[in-house]
Structure formats: C-alpha cells, structure tokens
Design a protein around this ligand. Structure first.
Ligand code: NAD
Length: 442
C-alpha cells in the first residue's frame, strides 16, 4: 500500500537528515543519543533535570559508560545537545522515549513518567513523526496507553500520519563487550508501516535490528528476558539457603554444575536483587496478569525468595559476630560495595540499602566503602551516609566486614589480611576465603 508520509520519513532517516530527539536522558537515553549522533543524526536530548542538560551542553557526561570526550566531541560537532524545553519536539522527525518505569510503594507499576512524557510530547506530534517507546513496561502499554494519549486529541492516524513502535532497551551498564550499539535491538510497531519506519530508523545507527510483528511482542520479549534472569537468580538464591542447611558449599556445587557443556546456564547467589530492571520488570508482568485474573506464580515465588536474601545475609552476619562472642547491637559492621552490581555507580534497589536498614534496626554501627558511590542520599528508611575514605583503617576496625558488591577495585587479599571477620556474599575471596576460618560465605 502506498504511504507517502512513510516514504518521505524513511528517506529522511536513510539520508540522516531526520532530526532526532531522546526524551529522558538517563542510563538508557544518553548512550542511545550518542549512538544516534555517532551515526550522523542531529540529536536533541530532552530532560527536565536542568543540571544534566547543562552538563551535556558543556560537553560533560554524567553516565559512567559514556566518556566525556565523546560527549564533548559530539556537542562541538553540533550533533548532540540537551534541553529542558519540550517545544523543540515540534521540529523533530524521530523521538525515542526513555523515561523511568519504577514501582509504586504498593508494588504496582508506576507509569506516571511515560504518561507525563507522552502528554508533553502530544502537542508537538505532527505528520511524519515516528515515536518509539523504550521504557520497560507490561505488554499493551504502547497501544493501550501511549497511542490514545497521542492520537485521540489531534486526529492524526497512526500508521498513516505518524508512526509508533516499542523497542526495549537491553543495555547492561558497566559492560564493555555488549553495548547499546552492538546489542541486537527488538522493534515492533503498532502497524506494519510503524514497524517499517522504526526499523529503518534504528538500522541506521544500531548493528542489528530484530523486527517483530507487534508492540506487544516487543514488550513481552523484554519481560521474558528479565523474568528469566529473576527466576534463575531466585533459584540459586534458594539453592544457597538449602546448601546452608545441608552444610554443602553452594559455590562449589554451582561451579561443578557449570562444567556441563549444554543445558545449564550459570547464575550465582547474592545478597538480593538490585537495579532498575530485574527486580521490577517481572512485577509489571505479574501486575498485568493479575488484572486478567491470573497469578504469575514463578514470578511471585522468585520475588519472595530474592527479597528475603538481605535477611538471610543478616543471619550470616549475626552468626559471624556470634563466633566472636559479639551481639549485632553495638558491633561495627562495614559494608564493602553498595552498588547493586560490580563496577557501576548505580544504587537503585540495591540490596545493600536493605542490609543497612536491617543492621541499623538491630543496633549495629554501620558504615560503608564504595569508591563508585561516595554518598547515599536519605530515602525512606535510609539515612544520609558517606562512604568511608580510609578503607584499610575501617576494615581493621570493623567487627565484621561484609562484601556486598564485588567491585574490581577492591584489594581482596588486603581485605582478608586486615579484617577480623568477613561475610562474603559474592564469593569474591574465592579459594582464599574458603580456606580462611575468619570468612563466612553465603
Ligand atoms: N538502566 C538500565 O540498565 C536499563 C536497561 C534496560 C532498560 N531500562 C529501562 O529504561 C528506562 C529508563 O531507565 P534509565 O535507567 O535510563 O532511567 P534513568 O532514571 O537513568 O533516566 C531517566 C531519565 O528520564 C528523565 N525524565 C523523567 N521524567 C521525564 C519526563 N517527563 N520527560 C523527560 N525526561 C524525563 C529523568 O530526569 C532521567 O534523566 C526504564 O524503563 C528502565 O526500566 C533500563
């Protein structure tokens, strides 16, 4: 079927004259914006946080994975800029939405960011514009929520006058081998024409684009990926609890199982789930299923086990202190690493926050060392804290050192040597930890 608007837009995308905007310039949006800019598009980031947009326009990156030199080069070349003003969208041809999708305190999806970004975009929607939602969300969001917000009021028809698609982001912050550019990108449109345009756009900048038949397939694919991880992490976390009761070394069991060359994938236990994706996205799916009178049992169970892990670790800390004849109350406990995973500066949903809360509740004197996170802002049950600076002195002074995040920068042999007692939740000390009688492993 001929579609002049689609063909004109595709041509602009192919010759890179299409103007691109990224709404929401965080961990996902900034790297995506740089990838589009590197591909030759003129890219404008739109974010309400003025400090971020000012930093960007000065050529400074505020995301660890994106080097400032790259941002500075792209800004200088006129390929990248930032603004807090949505009005720029009236001049844009292609818009990607990368805003947060957290949970409410009740555990229900919080779609307010998508809703407000869409509402701010709607007045500037025009013929020949493609919009792609990237935020992780439950199947149906793009069609049931974003589409009515965009087209009801202005009478433009999707698939003919403007184009709407969903493309989940898979970026794994801190990772060097798989980046925004070379990780295959799934794209599904509301209509065939929407898929044509969105696929064409992303193919200009990303190495591999995987086209699927609908926005719902693209939305659900993301949730399958993260649910798969969450359930397998829940399984090994329960394995750790079972091995503890059995007196079997869980790490040795997992390493032994991982020698099977097929049919097994290695996951490792830890102090709980963290980050903006794995603990949250599957709950978007279970919430949606509840609205259809179906209980997503695997998700609920894995979530229950994963959220119980900080309490399990508290039990190990209590045992470790007990071995020294000390109660938790009044003991000095130093957490090493508070980021939710190694070598990144992201604290969101980190199990370290639960541990800090649980330990303080029991009267411990808690401090932490994390070179990636110098400060913890007060939030809910958590009071403001600063990372200690002289980690050697603190390790020596602590009654118990807890390795929560296995950052590469930590000097593990020194930690083992200087400490009185270590609870190693990540097997960061490896064989040396296994052999030492001052180390309690998960
Ligand atoms: N961080 C990851 O590793 C990752 C990976 C894959 C998918 N995701 C998903 O991508 C989405 C974005 O996550 P993120 O980690 O980039 O979040 P983030 O908090 O780092 O960034 C979101 C940005 O959106 C901005 N914002 C909020 N409301 C806005 C609005 N109305 N208009 C414009 N900007 C607005 C915020 O100021 C912030 O800069 C989420 O749905 C998340 O689940 C994240």
């Amino acid at each position: 079927m001929s579609n002049v608007t689609r063909d004109v837009l595709v041509k602009k995308l192919q010759d890179r004259t299409a103007r691109v905007a990224v709404i929401g310039m965080g961990y996902v949006g900034l790297p995506l914006a740089t990838v589009f800019a590197e591909a030759g598009f003129e890219v404008t980031g739109v974010d309400p946080v003025a400090e971020k947009m000012e930093a960007l326009n000065r050529g400074e990156s505020y995301i660890l994975d994106v080097p400032s030199e790259q941002v500075a080069r792209l800004v200088k070349a006129g390929k990248l800029k930032g603004t807090t003003d949505y009005a720029v969208l009236s001049e844009m041809d292609a818009v990607s939405i990368c805003v947060p999708t957290p949970l409410r305190k009740t555990g229900d999806p919080d779609l307010s960011y998508i809703s407000s970004a869409t509402e701010s975009l709607a007045p500037y929607l025009h013929e020949g514009m493609v919009v792609v939602l990237e935020s992780s969300t439950y199947p149906g969001t793009t069609r049931e929520m974003v589409l009515p917000q965009l087209n009801c009021r202005y009478g433009l028809e999707v698939g003919r006058d403007f184009f709407l698609a969903f493309s989940p982001e898979r970026v794994d912050p801190g990772r060097k081998d798989w980046t925004t550019k070379n990780t295959p990108k799934v794209v599904g449109g509301i209509t065939e024409a929407c898929s044509d345009v969105a696929t064409c756009w992303y193919e200009q900048a990303l190495d591999t684009v995987v086209r699927v038949s609908s926005t719902e397939v693209a939305e659900m694919a993301k949730l399958l990926e993260n649910t798969f991880r969450m359930i397998n992490i829940g399984l090994v976390n329960e394995l750790a609890i079972m091995c503890d009761r059995l007196g079997v070394d869980v790490w040795e069991v997992i390493d032994a199982a991982a020698t099977k060359p097929f049919g097994f994938m290695k996951f490792t236990p830890g102090p709980g789930l963290g980050g903006h994706c794995i603990p949250i996205d599957p709950l978007y799916l279970s919430w949606k299923m509840r609205s259809l009178n179906y209980t997503a049992r695997f998700i609920e169970l894995a979530s229950e086990i994963n959220t119980s892990m900080p309490r399990f670790v508290l039990g190990r800390i209590t045992d470790a202190l007990n071995n020294q004849g000390k109660p938790v109350k009044g003991s000095r406990v130093l957490l090493l690493g508070v980021a939710y995973k190694p070598n990144i500066d992201d604290l969101r949903e980190s199990p370290a926050l639960d541990l800090i809360h649980l330990l303080k509740e029991k009267g411990a004197q808690v401090s932490y060392y994390d070179p990636h996170i110098p400060h913890i802002h007060a939030d809910g049950d958590i009071e403001e804290m600063d990372s200690v600076t002289d980690w050697r002195a603190e390790v020596q002074a602590a009654d118990c050192v807890v390795i929560v995040t296995n950052h590469k920068v930590f000097d593990y042999p020194a930690i083992l040597e200087l400490s009185r007692c270590v609870v190693d939740t990540r097997n960061a000390l490896g064989e040396a930890g296994k052999k030492s009688d001052k180390v309690v492993r998960l």
